[in-house]
Every structure is written in structure tokens, then in C-alpha cells.
Ligand binder design. Structure first.
Ligand code: SF4
Length: 390
């Protein structure tokens, strides 16, 4: 198996967001919590109490109103004027929505201020009327995982927290009366821990009682194994669920699938998983994207047992979703027989195993596909890539 992309070491080392300036200099409200709003006002000589800030954010972010008109307990005139002068709350603009009529997944393609496109996917849950949303954390991605369309396009830029929160609010605005958004997964475009501060900041706004009001335990953040950030996450003790995408624990195979594994070995990733468990006391969720003939053999189970058999895990299995043909280097999900063999072998580990559904395949609404098609079209026009996706 040849690697299609080499990870850009500089891009990984530089974790500060390379973001465009806000067009008019005003702070976007989707990215702030009450103490930050109070501090912003104070910097500009406007007196705003934390209670007032909470009421403002509760109305505009939690309840989704577009103005303060009609508040039961209005805020002062000075605060209202300061709000308009110093902040903005423009929703992300929706470029396209694609619904998969087979499974109900809906992909939202969203246009940012600088014209960049990101995707969010509205995922129906088993409980009728309940949804979770899959968000992107970057435009493109630097990690170059060989089975991923986004990875073949490279990193364009980091997303700011309001651009991440804005994806959730754009999807929330599509809900009908009685429907609820109860979870968020950071599993769209990008490696979330490569944009650590903005992702944790966005998750904090989304779980805030004056923000998205989503239970922190229902916010999942995935990583392909950025070891220093995993240790930082363990030390900081967040309540969100970190999902470690292992894909393989066999060292050479992992290196072939994930260029990042050349930088941090599987032993180092396992050490970080152990630290996460020790910090939280909880099971650590690990994920495998299953590829026929690649990572479904008994050696994977033996290797996982040897590496992490003593750590309580939750093992998520998801089928690969690759639009390329096998002749073009594409991967296929395992056959029913292959999967049965793997599930039987995993029983020996005595750890919970969960099959996750990779939805939206019928309309390119599976994670990473729609915006990647747009990015690929753009990149091909600019002469940046030759192996356009889709
Ligand atoms: S699988 Fe995730 S981390 Fe890997 S290249 Fe794709 S978007 Fe990036």
C-alpha cells in the first residue's frame, strides 16, 4: 500500500489557528461565553453584569432568537448599544443541503466569510425527533489518512470557534417543532485536536447553559492520535468524550494507513489512552474504520489485547466509506463473513463493541464527501491536485 499524502510536519507543529480576520472587527457571539462578553464590554467602557451577559446569550444562542426584542427582563440601553457595536451574530450561509432519503442523513454545505466551504451532517437518532450533528473542525486536513478524501486535499485553514458552533446552529435552525438536537460529534472534515483551542472552545460554548445547552457527555471529539494534545486533554479533565481513532494497532499497518503514526508511535498513543483513563476513570472510546482485507484479521485483535488489554475501552467499529474504485486504490468495507470473524475474535477482549453506522452514502452525505467534492473541484481548477475525489 502506498501513501498518497505525506503529513506536513510544520502544519502539525503549528497548532495556532491561521484564521482570517473578522471582516468588520466585531466579535462573533457564537464563540463567546458570558465572562468573555462581560470582559469585552469592560474593555470598551460598557458596564454589563454577568447575569445580563447570560440573559443575552441565553436568548440569542440558546433560544436562537435574532434580536433582544421581547425579553422578559430587558438589558440596559448601554449594553444593547454595546452589543450592536462590538459583536455580530450572522448565521453561516447555507450553500447546499443534500438529504439521503434512504437513511434520513442530511448534509449541510456551509459557506464561511472568506468563501471557504465546510460541511455539517444532521444525523437522525433512534429516538424519533432526536438528532446529533457531525461538524468539521478545519477546512481540509493535514493528516493524510490514506482512506480519506479530505486527507488527500491537505489543510486549507483552521476554523474559528464561532464557525464550528455556527455549523450546529445552522442545523438546529432546520428542526421542526418538537424535534431536538441532543449531541455533537467532531468527526467531519479535519483533525479536531490539531485545532485544539478552537475545538475545546466551541465544545464549551455548545455545552454551556447559555450556549448550545447540549450535554457535554453527548459531545464526542475524535483524534487520530495527536499524543501531546491527548495528554493535555487528560490533564485538563474535560467532560466531553474523546474518541481515539486507532484503525490499526499493528505498528507497520498503522503507519501505512495514517502518516501521523510516523510521528507518534502506537505505543505512545497507547500511553496517552492509559493517561486518559487514569484521569477520568472512564472507559476510553477507540474506533476502527474497517477495511476489507486490511485491518479485520485476528492479528488486530491480538495486538489490541497486548497493547491495551488492561485498559477499559469501548470499541467502535465503522465501515470505510471510500468513493474510489479498488483499481484507483479505494478501500471496501468487510464482507459479512469477515466481519463475523472479527466480532467473534473481539469477544475474547471482554470489552463493549459497538457497530457504528456510516450513513448518507447514497447522496454523498457520508462524512467528508460533499465538501471534499467541492474542495476537489476548486483545487483541480487551481491546479492543486490531480486526483479529484468523487
Ligand atoms: S480521517 Fe480525519 S484525520 Fe484522517 S485525513 Fe480524514 S479528516 Fe483528517
Amino acid at each position: 500500500m502506498s501513501l498518497l499524502t505525506v503529513v506536513d510536519d510544520d502544519a502539525i507543529a503549528n497548532v495556532s489557528p491561521a484564521v482570517p480576520a473578522v471582516p468588520d472587527g466585531r466579535l462573533h457571539l457564537y464563540g463567546v461565553r458570558a465572562p468573555e462578553l462581560v470582559a469585552l464590554f469592560a474593555d470598551h467602557g460598557v458596564v454589563c453584569t454577568e447575569a445580563e451577559a447570560r440573559r443575552i446569550l441565553g436568548r440569542l444562542l440558546s433560544e436562537g432568537h435574532d434580536s433582544l426584542e421581547g425579553m422578559k427582563r430587558p438589558v440596559s440601553k448601554g449594553v444593547r448599544a454595546g452589543l450592536e457595536l462590538l459583536t455580530r451574530r450572522t448565521p453561516l450561509s447555507i450553500a447546499e443541503v443534500v438529504r439521503d432519503d434512504v437513511d434520513g442523513f442530511e448534509k449541510f454545505l456551509l459557506r464561511l466569510d472568506d468563501g471557504a466551504l465546510v460541511e455539517a451532517v444532521k444525523i437522525p437518532l433512534e429516538k424519533p425527533g432526536h438528532f446529533t450533528v457531525c461538524v468539521s473542525s478545519q477546512v481540509g486536513c493535514a493528516m493524510g489518512c490514506v482512506f480519506c478524501a479530505t486527507g488527500r486535499l491537505g489543510l486549507r485553514r483552521q476554523l474559528q470557534r464561532f464557525e464550528i458552533v455556527g455549523q450546529v446552529f445552522a442545523v438546529r435552525a432546520s428542526l421542526r417543532p418538537g424535534e431536538r438536537l441532543t449531541g455533537v460529534v467532531f468527526m467531519g472534515q479535519g483533525e479536531p485536536l490539531h485545532n485544539y483551542d478552537e475545538v475545546i472552545g466551541a465544545a464549551s460554548v455548545l455545552s454551556d447553559p447559555c450556549g448550545g445547552r447540549i450535554d457535554a457527555r453527548n459531545i464526542s471529539i475524535s483524534t487520530v492520535g495527536l499524543v501531546p494534545q491527548m495528554h493535555r486533554y487528560a490533564v485538563e479533565g474535560h467532560k466531553f468524550r474523546l474518541v481515539v481513532s486507532l484503525h490499526s494497532t499493528v505498528a507497520q499497518r498503522r503507519k501505512a494507513l495514517l502518516p501521523i503514526a510516523r510521528q507518534w508511535s502506537i505505543d505512545e498513543v497507547a500511553g496517552a489512552i492509559r493517561a486518559l483513563h487514569q484521569a477520568s476513570g472512564d472507559r476510553v472510546t477507540v474506533a476502527f474504520c474497517l477495511m476489507a482485507g486490511v485491518n479485520t484479521g485476528i492479528d488486530e485483535v491480538q495486538s489490541l489485547q497486548a497493547l491495551l488489554g488492561d485498559v477499559p475501552l469501548r470499541i467502535n467499529l465503522i465501515d470505510v466509506n471510500d468513493s474510489r474504485s479498488i483499481e484507483d486504490g479505494g478501500f471496501r468495507p468487510p464482507s459479512a463473513l469477515e466481519l463475523r470473524g472479527l466480532l467473534d475474535a473481539l469477544q475474547a477482549l471482554k470489552q463493549p463493541v459497538v457497530r457504528r453506522y456510516s450513513g448518507g452514502k447514497n447522496t454523498e452525505a457520508a462524512c467528508g464527501m460533499l465538501a471534499s467534492r467541492h474542495l476537489a473541484d476548486e483545487a483541480a481548477r487551481a491546479g492543486l491536485v490531480t486526483d479529484a475525489v468523487g
